[in-house]
Design a protein around this ligand. Structure first.
Ligand code: ADP
Ligand code: ADP
Ligand code: ZN
Ligand code: ZN
Length: 754
């Protein structure tokens, strides 16, 4: 019945080549391999999806209808799974009512503490919740901020209503809402607003209480606007509407609660002189100390419960966060660690936990703590599967599965299984990289100038001046929370708006976008097909004439069955290719448009270099774009692969590929090694070197010591996180850093090169 292995055989998702595996349960199993080798295809697309699908089947159709639908992964056998919990780097998101305190459930422990032991008492638990009408501040409804309509931004008084004096898309001339004012008969629609009398002005903004000829009850523009757009949680609006609303408002801290979100009764209650809001504002490490000072029977016991959970946050290197920090502002790596802590708090056993590069954003100092948490999960009887590149995490594995040998079609096989000691002797890219130690480089480029920036006060930076050398490769280091992103992404980029920021944020693109469309080579590819065949270029687009009529170019169809799950099936007409048959009747050097889109960037580069690289049809552009994709290490991506399937690190490198042609620019990269195998890191550093040699300045936030060693200049922030950080504690070459005594980064670098 109960097996001690997860058994997979004949797995074929994405690039997997009939993979068969027995994964030991209740162990830490790390999946390694170059990017694109198939790690995610096994762990996420096969194991996690099948586990979720089997779990969903245990629910009634009523519940199942409300769950995401999963097709069965392509494999012959997937057996003895346990319930999978995926802990990934996808943003936690959440609205502005979600904070570190609420998502970890620690806020509710503090509420219990205050409702029982706070004096004077404000009442039972709801009284201390900013998400409960009994506790929330009446001025800001528990948001801590108030948004005010800014009439100077909304109205252009030099214009009349007919000329578009109201500068807001939903009230633009001709719209129904515009008609409520311009056609009300109350105003001369051709009179510029600045010529309005005081009465007309008052009527326009605040008039109310009478019916218009149209039958509508009139409400002044300002009042109506506040009701519809401002007096609500802006995060509940669509992106487009929120942007529009933010353009005509100013936001500031709520004057009544001063950002504490709670009403005055709740804020008056104290324990040891601190209100619940004071506790939530403290950095977690300070909060642990404050709660530890609480004495007396029951209160001490409740405080101890909170402390146990807070310690987990501190242990995983998040002691610099505060409970009132909104989850929408934490980074992907921080979010993943918050999720880990939430799961550690649960007493579930017999689960399969799946982590996606949990070391992202972590300084080498903190990786040891992460490993301790992974061991705790395992020791409670869980199976822990980890996709990881960091040798320090690989070392914690009980068992390693190395995928490869290459990426895409050159990968998809298990090339090694066993222990770390065995892997270090294995002849695979991972084994070779693990054995190879490198020192810091010995020649450093000379700066061509300096970019000096000053932060007066932002997050944990106070009166910080930093000098970034121009014309070289700089790496900004420091433990999580030390202020790297604040200094680089906010202060430096703020002072140099022309900087090219290449980050991991989502690419604003439609579900039909792919590397081919994003890099702007689709038009050229279509034209080459059109020239070769004499057919219309539109025939080679699945968004246009070429779309399969059955599925409209989606590649799949959705069938709604009454009382049962809707079923998503590959379109039978086009077989998922999205194209109508006519499009496939034409070829370019023997390949159809579908064949071309199925090529990896590497294959496509060879194909287009051979055929038509030099001609005037844009072939040269295709080749240069493909070369850029290969240069950033994404040669394994499919040209037609939906961008939505890319990881954060891959997205960052796709964006970099688009911007590669610049010179004289300042490039800012935030942990570009995310998702990269040790062997791929070399490719990336070589690319950054080429950018610098072409006359650019490259500034990288990075923990990866292989990048640190090859920098020309290091700026180390710290010494700790939060208020214990925020200072430049070292600036100089890696060689100088090796000799530095005050920096944690230096310590780890010394150990690494030893
Ligand atoms: P890894 O996790 O080792 O980086 P993946 O499992 O993500 O590798 O990818 C293996 C191969 O499958 C790569 O060639 C990748 O481009 C391809 N691939 C991954 N996801 C998809 C997808 N949803 N559709 C098409 N191809 C994919
Ligand atoms: P790093 O990039 O080194 O991890 P950050 O610049 O992200 O550090 O953070 C520095 C400090 O600023 C930390 O105490 C962090 O909690 C705080 N911080 C960062 N972003 C925000 C934000 N959006 N709102 C409030 N505090 C923030
Ligand atoms: Zn308030
Ligand atoms: Zn179709």
């Amino acid at each position: 019945m109960h097996s001690d292995h997860i058994v997979i055989s004949g797995a074929r998702e994405n690039n997997l080549k009939d993979v068969s595996l027995r994964i030991p349960k209740e162990k830490i199993v790390v999946f390694t391999g170059v990017s694109g080798s198939g790690k995610s295809s096994i762990v996420f697309d096969t194991i996690a999806i099948e586990s979720q699908r089997q779990l969903n089947e245990t629910f009634t159709w009523f519940i199942r209808n409300r769950l995401p639908k999963h097709e069965r992964p392509d494999a012959d056998v997937i057996d003895d799974l346990s319930t999978a919990i995926v802990v990934d780097q996808r943003p936690i998101g959440g609205n502005s009512r979600s904070t570190v305190g609420t998502m970890t459930d620690i806020h509710s422990v503090l509420r219990v503490l205050f409702s029982r032991y706070g004096t004077p008492s404000a009442g039972g638990a709801g009284a201390y919740s900013f998400n409960d009408p009994h506790g929330m501040c009446p001025e800001c409804d528990g948001l801590g901020r108030v948004v005010r309509l800014d009439l100077d931004k909304l109205l252009d008084t030099s214009k009349s209503l007919n000329e578009g004096a109201i500068d807001f898309p939903q009230v633009a001339p001709g719209t129904w809402q515009w008609g409520l004012y311009a056609k009300s008969g109350l105003f001369d629609p051709d009179k510029p607003l600045r010529e309005y009398t005081e009465e007309e002005w008052e009527l326009l903004l605040h008039g109310k209480g009478f019916k218009l000829a149209s039958g509508n009850t009139y409400q002044g523009l300002a009042d109506r606007f506040e009701r519809l757009w401002i007096n609500r949680d802006l995060s509940s609006l669509s992106d487009k509407n929120r942007e529009a609303a933010l353009r005509v408002t100013t936001e500031r801290t709520c004057p009544l609660c001063d950002g504490a979100r709670l009403n005055q009764d709740a804020l008056a209650a104290r324990i040891d002189g601190h209100s619940i809001a004071d506790h939530c504002r403290m950095e977690i490490s300070d909060l642990i100390a404050a709660l530890g000072r609480i004495r007396g029977g029951g209160a001490e016991a409740v405080a101890a419960t909170a402390v146990t959970r807070l310690r987990r946050l501190e242990e995983i290197g998040l002691g610099y966060l505060s409970l009132d920090r909104e989850t929408s502002t934490v980074s992907g790596g921080e979010g993943q660690r918050l999720k880990v802590v939430r799961h550690l708090g649960s007493s579930l056993t017999g689960m399969t936990y799946i982590f996606d590069e949990p070391s992202v954003g972590m300084h080498p100092r903190d990786v040891g703590r992460l490993n301790a948490l992974l061991r705790q999960l395992r020791d409670r009887g869980n199976t822990v599967l980890v996709v990881e590149h960091d040798p320090d995490v690989i070392r914690v594995a009980d068992h390693i599965v190395d995928m490869g040998p290459g990426a895409g079609t050159a990968g998809g096989q298990v090339v090694f299984e066993g222990t770390l000691a065995q892997l270090e002797r294995a002849d695979t890219p991972t084994g070779i990289a693990l054995r190879r130690g490198t020192g810091v480089k010995d020649a450093f480029r000379e700066p061509t100038g300096w970019l000096t920036v000053t932060a007066d006060r932002l997050h944990n930076l106070t009166n910080v001046t930093a000098r970034f050398p121009a014309g070289v490769l700089s790496v900004v280091t420091g433990v999580a929370g030390s202020g790297k992103s604040t200094l680089v992404s906010r202060v430096l980029v703020g002072a140099h708006p022309g900087a090219i920021v290449v980050d991991q944020s989502a690419i604003a693109a439609s579900r039909r976008s792919s590397p081919a469309t994003y890099l702007g080579m689709m038009d050229q590819i279509r034209r080459l097909f059109a020239d070769a065949s004499g057919a219309d270029a539109g025939l080679f687009s699945f968004n246009s004439k070429g779309a399969c009529p059955e599925c409209d170019g989606n590649g799949f169809t959705v069938t709604d069955l009454a009382y049962m799950d809707p079923v998503t099936t590959r379109c039978p007409a086009c077989g998922g290719t999205r194209y109508r048959p006519e499009a496939l009747a034409h070829t370019l050097h023997g390949r159809t448009i579908v064949d071309v889109l199925a090529m990896t960037a590497e294959e496509a580069l060879a194909f287009f270099t051979e055929h038509g690289g030099g001609n005037g049809n844009g072939g040269a552009k295709i080749v240069s774009r493909l070369r850029a994709l290969n240069e950033v290490g994404l040669g394994y991506l499919g040209l037609g692969q939906p961008l939505s399937t890319l990881s954060g690190g891959e997205r960052q490198r796709v964006k970099l590929a688009v911007r590669l042609r610049e010179t004289g620019a300042v490039y800012v990269l935030d942990e570009p090694t995310t998702g990269l195998h040790m062997a791929d890191v070399d490719t990336l550093v070589a690319l950054m070197d080429r950018l610098v040699d072409a006359g650019n300045t490259v500034i990288v936030i990075e923990h990866n010591l292989d990048v640190v060693k090859r920098a020309d200049w290091i700026i180390d922030l710290g010494p700790g996180g939060g208020k214990h950080g925020g200072r430049v504690i070292f600036a100089g070459t890696p060689a100088d850093l090796l000799a530095d005594t005050g920096s944690r980064t230096a310590e780890h670098l010394r150990r690494d090169v030893a």
